[in-house]
Design a protein around this ligand. Structure first.
Ligand code: SAH
Ligand code: SF4
Ligand code: F3S
Length: 508
């Protein structure tokens, strides 16, 4: 199965590119890392693997766009289809089935998919029986409209309907258009072991929850991913253990708002929990502790924290375990309380800064990154200036920055006017990007002269003689290989740096 991932964003704080080849049990991995400050949806790579079920003689090509959760979903899809006997191809022109796992977060993300569909038209010319399916958030948002607008599409599948893929493929093979965009209140794919398509064999993603109940007014995710539900902690711990046993040394726990994680037997959190159930439920701090206890050599990261829900408990657990990375991605979106209120974020500037103070108090060494949107409906110069002053005050290690992109059906689209001119949005974006470059460079420089514990993840993209890995704060560290191997931890003395990378030598 060929999986190409076009994945921007998140948590790990780096945009990555990679090409992976899974060849039976002996994965040969090529890894290219690519850093980028402002996103967007860059191409992430291709993967080959053999079918785990009886081969069905058909070739599949799967490409994904969007966040890490979408990428983790592609691993679920890969698992379901490899059991069906699909083999893979990196050349979509020879594929029998082409799937594209889509993102709807900004208009850009959607236009990229539309452009890509033009390339797939060539496939149908060579092989009129080829099946083209769209998966994920854009499929969920557009539903049958997608089939009407893009005649070449045969299958439309929402993020909660992947178990239905074999049926949908069969239906499409029978010449019918096939669609399943039913959102679920229970589905977490807890029992499906994902086929790890990820990158380097050292760090992997584990989805711990699905959906989002927050309804931030700018955001399409609650409409594309449905209601928030948490996954059984036992299945999460099992998956993390399995990854560790296969040689993985880092897992990133994924959710749109991990601080809201709460498991008490499945289903929707807010509807089913009695006080008694709540008391015996597993929360995020407890879940993270369970995962951290698997092995001291298994690093734990997570994404994304939400300022309104992030508790000191979580921070104390992070501080308690060496193997929980000291890095928090805490999206602020805006530094002005009125804008935050209009965004329906559920916190004020002061509340946010109090959370930052809590991180600094409990883990003074922690790296902190954020997401910012410029030019949200009605944003004034003064309000934008407050975003700048907040960014200066916090001094982020890293930031993902976007201009506001109005999304259909969101609260903002219905309630507010998208009235900040595009040039103003862009000018404000440039201002915060310039500010962030200085801040990132300064934070990286602070690491020079210090010894960093680094998990070796891949060959450095600049030199075969060097390894690349990250320290606990999520900063990339590059150094001569010596006798060290991928997946090992080494202590590296940082001697110099670029804007975002520390360069040093092993001192073990
Ligand atoms: N659940 C995460 C965010 C997921 S989306 C959280 O709440 O923090 C990732 C980022 O995309 C958001 O943090 C936001 O900065 C950006 N984003 C989301 N919707 C957007 C829109 N309509 N226009 C521009 N940026 C948007
Ligand atoms: Fe979107 Fe807000 Fe949910 Fe994040 S928390 S996914 S921004 S609705
Ligand atoms: Fe992720 Fe994009 Fe969907 S950010 S949740 S793939 S809209």
């Amino acid at each position: 199965m060929a999986v190409r991932n076009v994945n921007f964003y998140k948590g790990l704080g780096r945009l990555r590119q990679f090409v992976i080849y899974f060849l039976s049990l002996d994965p040969l991995i090529h890894f290219m890392q690519h850093e980028n400050k402002v996103i967007d949806e860059g191409k992430q790579g291709e993967a080959l693997m053999v079918a785990s079920g009886a081969p069905n003689g058909k070739k599949l090509f799967l490409e994904s766009y969007g966040c890490q959760m979408n990428f983790a979903d592609s691993e679920i899809v890969a698992s379901i289809l490899s059991k069906e006997g699909f083999s893979t191809t990196t050349n979509f022109l020879e594929a029998d089935v082409i799937f594209v796992n889509t993102c709807a977060i900004r208009e850009n993300a959607e236009s990229r998919v539309r452009q890509r569909l033009q390339d797939y038209k060539k496939v149908k010319k060579g092989n009129p029986n080829a099946i083209i399916g769209v998966l994920g958030c854009m499929a969920e948002r557009l539903k049958s409209q997608f089939l009407e607008e893009e005649k070449l599409i045969d299958i439309v599948v929402g993020p909660d309907a992947y178990r239905d893929l074999p049926n949908l493929i069969e239906q499409a093979e029978g010449g019918q258009k096939a669609i399943n965009v039913i959102l679920s209140k229970e589905e977490t794919y807890a029992d499906i072991t994902p086929v790890r398509l990820d990158r380097n064999g050292v760090s992997g993603f584990i989805s711990i929850m699905r959906g989002c109940d927050n309804m931030c007014s700018f955001c399409v995710v609650p409409f594309t991913r449905g209601r928030e539900r948490s996954r059984d902690p036992e299945s999460i711990v099992r998956e993390a253990k399995e990854a560790f046993d296969k040689g993985y040394r880092e897992v990133t726990l994924l959710g749109q708002n991990v601080d809201s994680y709460l498991y008490a037997g499945g289903g929707l959190k807010k509807e089913i929990l009695t006080e008694e159930q709540k008391a015996s439920a597993t929360n995020f701090a407890q879940l993270m502790e369970k995962v951290a206890l698997i092995h001291p050599d298994l690093r734990v990261r997570f994404s994304t924290s939400h300022p309104k829900d992030m508790t000191d408990d979580v921070l104390h657990i992070m501080a308690k375990y060496e193997n929980i990375c000291k890095y928090v991605h805490l999206p602020v979106q805006s530094g002005n309380s009125e804008v935050l209120e209009k965004m329906n974020r559920g916190y004020t500037r002061e509340w946010y800064l109090d959370r930052i103070a809590a991180i600094r108090r409990i883990m003074p060494e922690a790296g902190i990154s954020t997401d910012v949107i410029t030019g949200f409906c009605g944003e004034t110069d003064e309000q934008h200036a407050e975003t700048i002053s907040l960014m200066k005050e916090v001094g982020y290690d890293f930031a993902y920055m976007f201009t506001y992109s109005e999304r259909p059906k969101t609260l903002a689209e219905r309630k507010y006017k998208d009235d900040v001119p595009e040039e103003v949005k862009k000018k404000r974006l440039q201002e915060i990007m310039d500010l962030q470059s200085v801040s990132s460079a300064m934070r990286t420089k602070q690491g020079v002269g210090k010894i960093h514990r680094v998990l070796i993840e891949s060959e450095s993209k600049k030199s075969k003689a060097q390894w690349s890995g990250r320290n606990t704060q999520n900063v990339t560290v590059v150094f001569d290989k010596g006798n060290a191997k991928k997946g090992e931890y080494v202590n590296v003395l940082a001697e110099t740096c670029t804007l975002s990378t520390l360069i040093g030598r092993i001192v073990d």
